[in-house]
Design a protein around this ligand. Sequence first.
Ligand SMILES: *Cc1c(COP(=O)(O)O)cnc(C)c1O
Length: 377
Amino acid sequence: MIDKIPFNKPYFAGKEVQNIVNAAYYGHLSGNGAFTKMCHYFFEERWGFKKTYMTTSCTDAFEMAALLMDLKEGDEVIMPSFTFVSTTSPFMLRGANIVFADSLADHPNMDMNKVEALITDKTKVLLVMHYGGVAVDMDKAVALAKKYDLILMEDMAHAIDSYYKGKPLGTFGDFAAFSFHETKNVSSGEGGLLAVNNEKYIDKADIIWDKGTNRAAFERGEVDQYEWVGLGASYMPSELISGMLYAQLENMDDIQQKRIKIWERYYENLKVLEEKGFAKVPHIPDFSTNNGHMFYLLLDDKMQRDALIKFMDSKHIMTVFHYLPLHNSPYYKSKHDGRPLPNAERFADTLIRLPFFYELPLMIVDMISDKVKEFFN
Ligand SMILES: *Cc1c(COP(=O)(O)O)cnc(C)c1O
């Protein structure tokens, strides 16, 4: 029995268990079997990523990318402060320093006009995150990466099946990291994927992904035995994970359609709040698509936002805030260079996310919207 409308409910396509059973019957449960390869094929064919690697999480996809980049102590990585912590540790573990950038005034995405001033001769990586599936200004990101010879990486955790000027997000960067955590559009509970678009990293990626061996070359018949040829790790998930994910990928169009409908219903219901000056609704710039990842409102201040969360809770509806800015976090505070990042701080204080999941009926979206309006009346 559900006594509360949850914020999230993991999507279940129905074929997940069948895929897992099939993997067991087939007798290949470790990684890189048929389902892993089908997931790779899906991503490479549908969106045009050059080479993809299933991983056990998005965080692990970042770790794998950070290894591939061959970062040195003191290299700098520019990324938004308003994002999930997964993006930081993989680079810091390699000895890099993080330089946090502020958000736009009207959207949590990184303000690309403020990035150039942060670039030094130590900057090696520019990392962008497409918040809520809304594209960062990729013309600017690509131009900066080119001008200063930076590695460009995209955090795709929110942005699967979203596009910038018609081109799939995740295909702009040298690398892109996806998450299949249960809160994302498609999920395997925990899981991720690294897309490598720059060919020069692919041979090394094959080796790192497979524990430092050249098994990929062996499977292609290029060498007659596989052996230890480099440093590696074990980011490859089992067939159980890939089988679960594949069942969802097969329903990708249905999932996206349904989620976009939910988003649009919230938007139609709640845009009146912006017209009346009570709260702001999200706006999708012309250059971006909407992939129905989440719906949020922006309130005036933290007190009002927290009061709305409490009010919704009293109506048995779970709502949540989002990211506490990383530059202010307990671990990082003393390491930050002290630059104020006012927009990131404001979004942390004023953003509220409403229940959002595949199974959420539009009738309940209407009911939730009514409760939100009731709060402002
Ligand atoms: C969910 C999320 C991640 C982390 O994904 P995991 O698969 O849990 O490692 C990274 N970045 C962003 C923006 C996320 O929302």
